[in-house]
Design a protein around this ligand. Structure first.
Ligand SMILES: Cc1cc2nc3c(=O)[nH]c(=O)nc-3n(C[C@H](O)[C@H](O)[C@H](O)COP(=O)(O)OP(=O)(O)OC[C@H]3O[C@@H](n4cnc5c(N)ncnc54)[C@H](O)[C@@H]3O)c2cc1C
Length: 307
């Protein structure tokens, strides 16, 4: 199946790229493994992006993004991409269901949230150990909730979880939280907060639910088990770029280098959003990257890329 342009990933970067490319008359195929919206579609609260609604949730943001893609005439297929061949003039993209070809490809498949590689975590995945406060937080109402991480995303999700938590415990390995004051100020005023700085969660135990947690102090090295049956842990310790699909590209610390047109080192191959080398990873920068990639991919194709 031949398309003008294939975009991998329907987060803010891929969706923005698709909307711009379609507006230039291209037949655009947008491939997504999970759901339109990407990472931001899964957060409890969207902040900072210009013109968001008051109390914008990830879900409401993703719903509007989806509607905008439909209105733009973008073909969205919920198919995970498994393999690509990008070096030849005609690019090949294989999903679990189909093989597609296109004159140009935009890589916008972001990153995957890190899980904690500690004893017990894999057993309790989804049964005490969680990555999505918006989806799973309420199920723990009345129990103690633990958030691992100290950056913006972690503290923002901790603020959301506080409403369900008997006690909210924030565990961060450094001596200070690294989140912005907009999030740390209200956090520090929560009556049910226990802040555990210079501390790591080093193991969890339980069979079908969490029963106890092992905490280790970074300064003293001392550790202790803490009984907490039915508690929930939410992990926000960064993410890893989804670049394993692209062995043909030379990466920089796992991210894809691009120039200001979002071109990679391979002709006709663009990268946009969190997956590329950049300083600020936010919706605003992902959407901007997508616009630039979509416009330049369209110009590339319309200037006579191979049929
Ligand atoms: C907890 C948290 C809260 C945040 N809050 C904010 C905020 O309030 N405001 C803000 O501006 N930024 C926020 N961010 C950052 C923001 O979410 C990201 O910068 C943004 O989502 C990046 O967009 P993206 O399109 O590059 O990647 P992503 O949003 O990661 O989208 C990539 C998409 O590609 C898909 N994909 C991956 N692999 C494949 C594959 N093989 N085949 C097909 N599809 C694939 C994924 O399923 C995903 O839908 C937050 C981040 C976190 C972790």
């Amino acid at each position: 199946m031949l398309h003008d342009l294939i975009i991998i990933g329907a987060g803010p970067a891929g969706a923005s790229a698709a909307i711009y490319a379609a507006s230039r008359g291209l037949a655009v195929l947008l491939l997504e493994q999970q759901a339109v919206g990407g990472l931001i579609g899964q957060v409890s609260t969207v902040t900072h992006y210009a013109a968001i609604e008051t109390h914008e949730t990830g879900a409401s943001f993703a719903t509007r993004l989806q509607a905008q893609l439909v209105a733009a005439g973008v073909q969205v297929c919920l198919e995970p991409v498994r393999q690509v061949s990008l070096a030849a003039p005609l690019k090949t993209v294989q999903t679990t269901a189909n093989t597609y070809q296109a004159r140009a490809v935009i890589l916008a498949n972001g990153s995957t949230a890190n899980r904690l590689a500690i004893p017990g975590a894999a057993t309790l995945d989804g049964h005490g150990m969680n990555l999505n406060a918006a989806r799973e937080g309420q199920a723990y109402a009345g129990h103690n909730l633990y958030v691992v991480g100290g950056a913006d995303g972690a503290i923002k999700e901790a603020l959301y979880l506080a409403q369900f938590a008997h006690k909210l415990v924030v565990i961060h390995f450094e001596d200070q939280l690294s989140a912005i004051p907009q999030f740390t100020r209200p956090l520090l005023q929560l009556p049910n907060l226990e802040l555990r700085l210079h501390t790591r969660l080093t193991a969890v135990e339980g069979e079908t639910a969490l029963s106890r947690l092992h905490l280790t102090d970074e300064h003293s090295g001392q550790s202790q088990w803490r009984d907490d049956p039915g508690a929930g842990v939410f992990v926000y310790t960064g993410s890893t770029p989804n670049t394993a699909l692209y062995p043909e590209l030379k990466l920089d610390k796992g991210y894809i280098p691009v120039n200001e047109k979002m071109e990679t080192a391979l002709p006709g191959v663009y990268a946009a959003g969190d997956i590329r080398v950049k300083q600020v990873r936010q919706v605003a920068t992902a959407v901007a990257d997508g616009a630039i990639a979509g416009i330049n991919a369209a110009a590339f194709i319309q200037s006579g890329a191979p049929a």
